[in-house]
Design a protein around this ligand. Structure first.
Ligand code: FES
Length: 140
């Protein structure tokens, strides 16, 4: 995957900071993928918007799909030291966003348990874009 996107989401006023994690707001993102997105040749110093909700179709970057979820992308500046490969989190549960920290390895069981115990489970239907109480999405 090469660096082809750099557009900012329309609601940049609400962009999260690096210190804000899903646990801070008790919002659970959807798992976009159980593994990292390997991104190549990012331009040092360039500002990117890493998807935190898991709904973007342009992973790992925000495409505005988070609207209405209460979640916002992470504004991230590519570090100044150039590197060929960036392994960026796609499960959205990393403790070191936007980087993959291998949290996805043990995540499937945790996600299934949380979704099974979700207090909003009866409201999960096709009309729900994302249940931030557990991370459930219609296409899961
Ligand atoms: S945070 Fe914007 S699409 Fe996921």
């Amino acid at each position: 995957m090469t660096d082809t996107t750099s557009t900012a989401p329309e609601d940049t006023q609400a962009v999260a900071t690096a210190t804000q994690t899903p646990a801070d707001k008790q919002l659970y993102p959807a798992v976009a993928m159980y593994g990292p997105c390997n991104v190549f040749d990012l331009q040092p110093g360039k500002v990117k918007f890493w998807c935190r909700c898991g709904l973007s179709k342009k992973q790992p970057w925000c495409d505005g799909s988070h609207k209405g979820t209460g979640m916002t992308p992470l504004r991230w500046m590519v570090p100044p030291k150039p590197q060929r490969l960036y392994a960026l989190c796609a499960c959205k549960y990393t403790a070191d966003p936007p980087f993959c920290d291998a949290t996805h390895t043990n995540l499937p069981c945790e996600v299934l348990q949380r979704q099974g115990a979700c207090m909003h489970k009866d409201g999960h239907d096709k009309a729900t874009k994302l249940c931030t109480g557990c991370g459930w999405v219609p296409d899961f």
